[in-house]
Ligand binder design. Structure first.
Ligand code: ADP
Length: 166
């Protein structure tokens, strides 16, 4: 059974992430999406909310599961019995950091390989941060997210604006 982990912040999951998940699910037997509980960043959505959103959008992909993780990625990969870490590459700007991470992980865990999937050209510009910036100023984010996720992001920012008025 070939298992891959696909780690990230997914704050929130975009169509770019989903494209990578769908393609990985076709080439691997099992895909575990790892939602990083990154304490140094303040995410828009809690780790539980991010897991729930990913579960919703991947509900029709039977070999995909979603988990939360903290600590070293290779420990998470080992706990999932995965020999492959999947990362998406959008542009050259992603490359340097990703290569450094992949090489470091390979030194620590030689049995685990990193597999890079190039982005779908349609989503090569897309990131969770861009989506949040647009939503913060009331822009239309429907093009970038599943409809139920777009709704949740808009609700979050609307809540923030309401709190700001009080
Ligand atoms: P991280 O904080 O680990 O970069 P992200 O949630 O931003 O977490 O991204 C998770 C993974 O998905 C990374 O490998 C990233 O390069 C990839 N990714 C993000 N957006 C896209 C996109 N539009 N197309 C392809 N891959 C993407």
């Amino acid at each position: 059974m070939k298992t891959a982990v696909y780690p990230g912040s997914f704050d929130p999951v975009t169509l770019g992430h989903y494209d990578i998940i769908e393609r990985t699910a076709k080439i691997m037997d099992r895909v575990v999406i790892g939602v990083l509980q990154n304490k140094s960043k303040t995410p828009l959505f809690s780790a539980q909310e991010r897991v729930k959103m990913l579960e919703e959008v991947t509900k029709d992909l039977p070999n995909v599961e979603v988990r939360c993780f903290d600590g070293l990625l290779i420990d998470f990969a080992r706990s999932c019995d995965a020999k492959v870490i999947v990362r998406g590459l959008r542009a050259v700007t992603d490359f340097e950091y990703e290569l450094q991470m992949a090489q470091t992980n390979r030194v620590i865990a030689p049995e685990i390989d990193t597999l890079f999937l190039n982005t779908n050209l349609k989503y090569s510009y897309l990131s969770s941060s861009i989506v949040k910036e647009i939503a913060e100023f009331g822009g239309d984010i429907q093009e970038f997210l599943h409809p139920q996720i777009a709704r949740k992001v808009m609700e979050k920012f609307a809540q923030g604006r309401d709190l700001g008025k009080k």
